[in-house]
Design a protein around this ligand. Structure first.
Ligand code: FAD
Length: 473
């Protein structure tokens, strides 16, 4: 059996793993990055963030051109060439994956293709294409990510029942699509498929779609989804799925009444994700898992085994690519003894629906649940010149402020491009900015970024374009 020696072994080449491997190499370590898939990039690049955003952009142009007619500029009916759309999306993924491979080569990071499992706290066995390989390491970073959960009652193993992975392949445009789960993945894909022409129904077991976001931020998305989707049913669970000729028979139970039986052309199950922590040989190491299978880590991303760090979806928390990236930096800085464990950063969350929802830091709901006294200052986008020129006044920016110190505790937004705007809020929170800092920062006009400044001015009752009462002290 071939044996390779390295200082750092990283398992998984997703946004956590490749960021960790590259930083370790930049800091002078010899690194092997092990990936079982054909291409690097993980879920995010190959079957998550990037393909979903490409498809969302494509359908956004359909709605933009439709809305344009009332502004006096008309285009014809959209004609969707699915093969071309799929090739464009796949081309983006291939190009970015190639870029990761190229950047690895430039840094001298060896990408070893194969499935890795720990033999002990110092070595891994890898089923590589060329045969089994033992990789001996000084330190390892586990970045094996997560995968979609399909509850046993819904697991028919039938091509008409999809997870996000198959849905992003857009093999066809189903006439009717049931989405089980109204979280961000289900809702984003709902906007993709409804934009392409499917009759989309979303069922969500909880009382609201997109739970986790504040209700006032969800409201404009719900309103748009009601226009674009056939139906959204909350408080509803799917009891069974069965195959009925060319369709799927679905039995669901709403909050009242008898169970409902319906037929759909396709069903997308998006009810959650679980960590890829089994079959990794972790039992041969000191690494500990929690009850849900996530790897337990401290603030420096150290596991219970002194040689092994873990980052990204496999450690749980916000299962987002930029969280994985941040944890990669923390782990590598610690294993290179560059830094002491840093305090948890403010991790922004973005839902790429239409309009987008984004938030960072404390939400108003969390403040209420945790009995934290806050002042909430809001600026409606109907008062923003830029939002009106974009024909999208359906937005809101709000600040969650500590009334004692006037420090920003959280920022929430809904509106076109909110996902881009939230980065300013993340910086403000990292810098411990106050509402006054944000209000005194000159923002360019006319831009949507002014809504952050005006929400801060509104806190003091001085927003130029919105008459708001000064927050009581
Ligand atoms: P992953 O990206 O899951 O990568 C793990 C890698 O490890 C995989 O390539 C896997 O093949 C490999 N691996 C696993 N086990 C082994 C083994 N034993 N040996 C070798 N290799 C192994 N996040 C955002 O921030 N923004 C978004 O817009 C967004 N959109 C999403 C849309 C969808 C549809 C989905 C499903 C997810 C989305 N996410 C988004 C979440 C994001 O994709 C994940 O949070 C992110 O990919 C996690 O990165 P990671 O490095 O921890 O793991």
């Amino acid at each position: 059996m071939e044996t390779k020696e390295t200082q750092v072994a990283v398992i998984g080449a997703g946004p956590g793993g490749y960021a960790a491997a590259f930083l370790a190499a930049d800091l002078g370590k010899r690194v092997i990055l092990i990936e079982r898939d054909e291409r690097p990039g993980g879920v995010c690049l190959n079957r998550g963030c990037i393909p979903s955003k490409a498809l969302l952009h494509a359908v956004e142009t359909i709605h933009e051109t439709e809305a344009s007619a009332r502004r006096g500029v008309s285009f014809g009916e959209p004609r969707i060439e699915l093969d071309t759309l799929r090739a464009w999306k796949d081309g983006i993924v291939a190009k970015l994956a190639q870029g990761i491979g190229f950047l690895a080569k430039q840094r001298g990071v060896e990408i070893l293709r194969g499935r890795a499992a720990f033999q002990d706290s110092k070595s891994l066995s890898v089923e590589a294409e060329t045969g089994p390989v033992t990789v001996r390491f000084e330190q390892a970073v586990v970045a094996t990510g997560s995968r979609a959960v399909i509850p046993p009652s819904l697991a028919l193993n039938h091509p008409r029942i999809m997870t996000s992975r198959q849905a992003l392949e857009v093999t066809d445009i189903p006439g009717s699509l049931l989405i089980i789960g109204g979280g961000y993945i289900g809702m984003e894909l709902g906007f993709v498929y409804s934009g392409l022409g499917s009759r989309v129904t979303v069922v969500e077991a909880l009382g609201s779609i997109l739970s986790g976001a504040d209700p006032d931020l969800i409201a404009p998305v719900r309103m748009m989804a009601r226009k674009r989707f056939h139906e959204i049913r909350t408080g509803t669970t799917v009891q069974s799925l069965s195959v009925a000729d060319d369709q799927i028979r679905v039995v669901s139970q709403g909050p009242t009444g008898a169970p409902k039986e319906e037929l759909y052309d396709r069903v997308l199950v998006s009810v959650g994700r679980k960590p890829n922590s089994e079959s990794l040989g972790l039992e041969n190491t000191g690494v500990k898992l929690d009850a849900d299978g996530f790897i337990e880590v401290d603030a420096g991303q150290r596991t219970a085994d002194p040689n092994i760090y873990a980052i990204g979806d496999v450690v749980g928390g916000a299962m987002l690519a930029h969280k994985a990236h941040k944890e990669a930096r923390t782990a590598v800085e610690n294993l290179c003894e560059e830094n002491e464990p840093n305090a948890k950063a403010a991790i922004p969350a973005v839902v790429f629906t239409d309009p987008e929802i984004a938030w960072c830091g404390l939400t108003e709901t969390e403040a209420r649940e945790r009995n934290i006294e806050v002042q909430v200052s809001k600026f409606p986008w109907a008062a923003s010149g830029r939002a009106i020129t974009l024909d999208r006044p359906d937005g809101l920016t709000k600040l969650i402020v500590d009334p004692e110190t006037e420090r920003l505790l959280g920022v929430g937004m809904v509106g076109k491009g909110a996902g881009e705007l939230i980065a300013e809020a993340a910086l403000a929170l990292e810098m411990d900015a106050t509402a006054l800092d944000l209000a005194s920062t000159v923002h360019p006009h006319p831009t949507l970024s002014e809504t952050l400044m005006e929400a801060a001015e509104a806190y003091y009752g001085t927003a130029a374009h919105f008459l708001a009462k000064k927050a009581p002290k």
